[in-house]
Design a protein around this ligand. Sequence first.
Ligand SMILES: Nc1ncnc2c1ncn2[C@@H]1O[C@H](COP(=O)(O)OP(=O)(O)O)[C@@H](O)[C@H]1O
Ligand SMILES: [Mg+2]
Ligand SMILES: [Zn+2]
Length: 246
Amino acid sequence: MSGAPCPLGRCDGSGLIEDAEHGVVRYCDCRRQLVAGRRARALSAVVPRRYRGVSFERPPVTEMPAPQVDLVRRYVRQLGARLDAGRGLWFQGGPGTGKTTLAMLVSQAALASGRTVAIYSLPRLLAEIRETFDDDRPGAYTDLLDRLAGVDLLHLDDVGAEKTSPWVLEQLYALINARYEDESAILITTNLSHEDLAEQIGARTVSRLEQMCEVVPMMGRDRRRMEVTDLREQRPDPASPDLRLA
Ligand SMILES: Nc1ncnc2c1ncn2[C@@H]1O[C@H](COP(=O)(O)OP(=O)(O)O)[C@@H](O)[C@H]1O
Ligand SMILES: [Mg+2]
Ligand SMILES: [Zn+2]
């Protein structure tokens, strides 16, 4: 190993613990974490720039409805226990209601506490599954699925945004079901109702997600569109004084 001290303070940094009493050497938990971390780094574990630095203390989160933010705050406070129990969150609501912002807050907290996270928009994930399947490297496909199944938190943004093939939906089900059976947490955001989502990605997959996630209903107006309106109001263009009425 690297010669760094054991992050858990349990071994001498070698990743091995000698059990003199039983005359055996076993792996320290820090080694398991290290291996999981290496595998996860090959996945998409980066909070997109737009959502980097989101915080409960700053807008836009301070302007979001309190009941929803409180659910997320409680989740983050109990993060370790929730992740270990495989409990996730399901943000549901119209576009621009803050789903992705709150979900990124959770992923950022998980990454900050040393957990492994894979962040994907569902269309991108499905495309990647499809690509590795066509890949010539032996094992590329099972490697990806193993890694996605192995992270502490799988964050899928915009679930149901794309209609796809039955084969790909079958792979998605296998992935969600593997995490269900391992009690590994999933975080999803979606614009769709449960019924429409079932139509889009399959009732079995939706039913698994329902069992694993607490629903956070997001409501209100589309803030992304309101931001555009705000900018227009702050910087009226002298050439078109009636812009705000447009
Ligand atoms: N309740 C809110 N108050 C203020 N700004 C918000 C609110 N909800 C979302 N926003 C802002 O609107 C934009 C879209 O938010 P986002 O989380 O991407 O929405 P969604 O994922 O639901 O489409 C972001 O710039 C975000 O900062
Ligand atoms: Mg979003
Ligand atoms: Zn150790």
